[in-house]
Design a protein around this ligand. Structure first.
Ligand code: FE
Ligand code: CA
Length: 536
C-alpha cells in the first residue's frame, strides 16, 4: 500500500487493546504452544480450506499443529473424507495423506472425478482428533450455462487493524467462491503504540520460513476467518505483504541475495497455507510460484487470476534502497512511460491476451473477470502525482491490456482488485479515450476495486473527494469503510454489492451494503443501482 497522503489516520476509539496475553495463548502457535499446558491439543487448530474448483474436482487443505517437538519432526498421517451430506453418512471419497515436516505439516488433497456443479462436505482426521467440517463445491461443466454464481472478493486483512467480522458476513452471504486478491497477511511486528488497534501480536517482523509459518498460524487461528474458509472454495492470489512491502519481482529491500532467500521462505509458507494445487510449484524450489491461472464457471464466467507482483518491472524512479515505492510526477519521471516496463511480465501478458481472445469467441463466456491485485484505472492526484506501485506506475502495460480488451469486443469484462484499502468503482475507458466525455465506445469495461477487509486506508474522505473531481471515470471512491465485495452474476446482469462493516474493531460488528452497482450484459460500465443500509 502506497501512502500518497500521510495525514494521520483518525483513531475511532481508544483503549481498544484486548488482553494480549489471552490472545497469545489462544493463537495456538506451535513454538510456544509446546510449553503451554492444554486441556486437549487440537491438531486442526488452523482450520480447513478448499480451493480452485474445476468441474470435476477441488483442492482440500489443512495444516496440522503438531502436539510436541517429536511430532513436529516426523511425518503425520492425516485421513480425509468427502461426503454428499453434512452428517457424513453418504461418503463419496476417503483417503489419507502425509503431513510432512518440510511442508509445515500442510496437506493439499487434489480431488478429481467428482460430479460438476455440486456441493460437498469434507473433514480430516488425525489420531482420534477430527477437524471441523468444511463445505465445498465443484464448478459447473465447461459447456453449461449456470443461472447464477455468487462471488465474494476481499483483500488486505492486517491483524492489528480489525477483527474479522467481515468473514462471518461473507460466510452468511453463501458465496459459491471467494476470491482473495492479496495481502493475506502483513509482515510487520505490531506497532509499539497499540492505541486504536483491534489487537496486537507478539511476533517479530517476518523474515524466515519459521516466521512466516508462525504468521499464517496467527492469522489462521481466527475463528471467523476459519469459518469463511470452511464455507466454500477460495481462489487466492498474493500481493506484496505476503513477502515485503512494495517488492517488485526479485527486487526488494537490502542485500539482493538475502531478499531472494526471504522471498523463497515467504512463498513456501504461502503455498503451505493456501488451498493451491501442487502444479503451482516449480520443481527446483521456491524461485517461482505459478499463481496466474484461469477458473471457469461454465459459459457464464471465465476468471483470469493475475499475479502482478512476481514478474513486474521495478517501480519507476524508485530510489535503490527505499522501503516503499514513491508517488511520482509523470513529467519528472521519464522511466514511467517506457514501453518495455511491465506489471505482469511478457509471458503472463501473452497468456492473458490469448485468454481474452479465446473468451471473445461466440458463446465462450458471458463474463470475463480479471481478478488482480490493485487499482487498474488511472487515479490522478490534484497535486499531479500518481502511484508508482499500481497500474498508474505501468502506463504502457495498461495500454497494452486495454487494447487486448478492446480488440476482442464484444465482451463483458470486469476487473476486480484490492490493495488500495478503498472502494473504487470505475468506468474502464479505452486507451486514448478523452477522460471527460461520454462518447460511445469510450467505456470498454467495468472496475470494482474493493476496500480492505481490515487494513486502514491512510487517506481522508476529503482527500479522496478531491481525487474524484480530477477523475470523472471514478463513479464511487470511499476510504473510510472496511469490508468486502459481493458479486452476483447471471447471464443478463452483474450486480456488485459493496459490503462494509459498522465497526471493524468489534468482533461482532454488523455489516451493511454501502452501494450496489449493476453491469448489464452487452453494455460496458457500472451503473449505480442504489444505496441501501441493511444492518444485520
Ligand atoms: Fe494491503
Ligand atoms: Ca498491497
Amino acid at each position: 500500500m502506497l501512502r500518497l497522503c500521510d495525514a494521520a489516520t483518525p483513531v475511532p476509539r481508544r483503549g481498544f487493546l484486548r488482553q494480549a496475553t489471552h490472545l497469545a495463548a489462544a493463537t495456538a502457535l506451535p513454538r510456544w504452544a509446546w510449553s503451554q499446558t492444554r486441556l486437549r491439543h487440537d491438531p486442526f487448530g488452523l482450520g480447513v480450506a478448499s480451493g480452485d474448483p474445476t468441474p470435476d474436482g477441488v483442492v482440500l487443505w489443512t495444516r496440522l499443529l503438531p502436539e510436541d517437538p517429536l511430532q513436529a519432526l516426523s511425518p503425520q498421517t492425516v485421513h480425509w473424507e468427502l461426503a454428499d451430506d453434512p452428517g457424513f453418512r453418504r461418503i463419496v471419497r476417503r483417503g489419507q495423506a502425509s503431513a510432512e515436516p518440510h511442508w509445515g505439516h500442510s496437506v493439499h488433497v487434489e480431488l478429481t472425478g467428482l460430479a460438476p456443479d455440486r456441493w460437498y462436505h469434507y473433514r480430516f482426521w488425525h489420531g482420534d482428533a477430527v477437524s471441523t467440517p468444511g463445505r465445498t463445491r465443484t464448478a459447473p461443466a465447461d459447456d453449461a450455462m449456470p443461472a447464477a454464481v455468487r462471488i465474494a472478493f476481499a483483500s488486505c486483512q492486517r491483524w492489528e487493524h480489525g477483527h474479522y467480522a467481515a468473514w462471518r458476513h461473507v460466510a452468511a452471504d453463501h458465496p459459491d467462491l471467494v476470491l482473495f486478491l492479496g495481502d493475506y497477511l502483513y509482515e510487520y511486528a505490531s506497532p509499539k503504540d497499540s492505541s486504536g488497534l483491534a489487537r496486537t501480536h507478539p511476533l517479530r517482523h517476518a523474515s524466515t520460513l519459521a516466521d512466516f509459518r508462525d504468521r499464517y498460524a496467527l492469522y489462521k487461528s481466527d475463528p471467523q476467518l476459519q469459518a469463511a474458509h470452511a464455507s466454500c472454495p477460495w481462489a487466492v492470489v498474493w500481493d506484496d505483504h505476503e513477502v515485503q512491502n512494495d517488492y517488485a519481482g526479485a527486487l526488494g529491500r537490502g542485500d539482493p541475495t538475502h531478499f531472494l532467500a526471504l522471498r523463497s521462505a515467504a512463498w513456501q509458507a504461502f503455498y503451505e497455507n493456501m488451498p493451491l494445487r501442487a502444479s503451482s510449484l516449480e520443481a527446483s524450489g521456491f524461485h517461482s510460484l505459478q499463481l496466474y491461472r484461469r477458473l471457469r464457471w461454465g459459459r457464464l464466467a471465465h476468471l483470469h487470476l493475475l499475479d502482478s507482483r512476481q514478474y513486474r518491472s521495478r517501480q519507476a524512479c524508485r530510489p535503490s534502497d527505499s522501503s516503499s515505492a514513491p508517488a511520482v510526477r509523470p513529467q519528472d519521471c521519464g522511466a514511467l512511460s517506457e514501453a518495455q516496463r511491465s506489471l505482469l511480465g511478457p509471458a503472463q501478458e501473452h497468456w492473458l491476451g490469448a485468454g481474452l481472445a479465446a473468451d471473445a469467441r461466440p458463446g465462450a463466456t458471458v463474463w470475463t473477470v480479471l481478478a488482480q491485485q490493485t487499482l487498474f484505472s488511472p487515479r490522478r492526484y490534484p497535486s499531479g502525482v500518481v502511484s508508482s506501485d499500481s497500474w498508474d506506475g505501468y502506463p504502457a502495460a495498461r495500454s497494452r491490456l486495454l487494447q487486448a480488451i478492446a480488440g476482442h469486443a464484444p465482451r463483458n469484462t470486469v476487473l476486480l482488485g484490492g490493495d488500495i484499502h478503498q472502494n473504487y468503482v470505475c468506468q474502464v475507458r479505452a486507451a486514448g479515450a478523452p477522460p471527460d466525455t461520454a462518447s460511445p465506445g469510450a467505456v470498454i469495461a467495468s472496475e470494482f476495486c474493493g476496500t480492505s477487509l481490515t487494513s486502514r486506508s491512510g487517506s481522508t474522505q476529503a482527500q479522496v473527494d478531491a481525487i474524484v473531481r480530477q477523475n470523472p471515470h471514478v463513479l464511487l471512491a470511499r476510504c473510510e469503510q472496511r469490508g468486502y465485495g459481493l458479486a452476483d452474476l447471471t447471464p443478463q446482469r452483474w450486480t456488485t454489492h459493496l459490503r462494509v462493516l459498522d465497526d471493524p474493531l468489534q468482533e461482532d460488528s454488523s455489516a451493511r451494503t454501502l452501494a450496489r452497482f449493476v453491469v448489464e450484459e452487452g453494455r460496458p460500465g457500472p451503473v449505480l443501482d442504489g444505496a441501501e443500509s441493511q444492518n444485520r
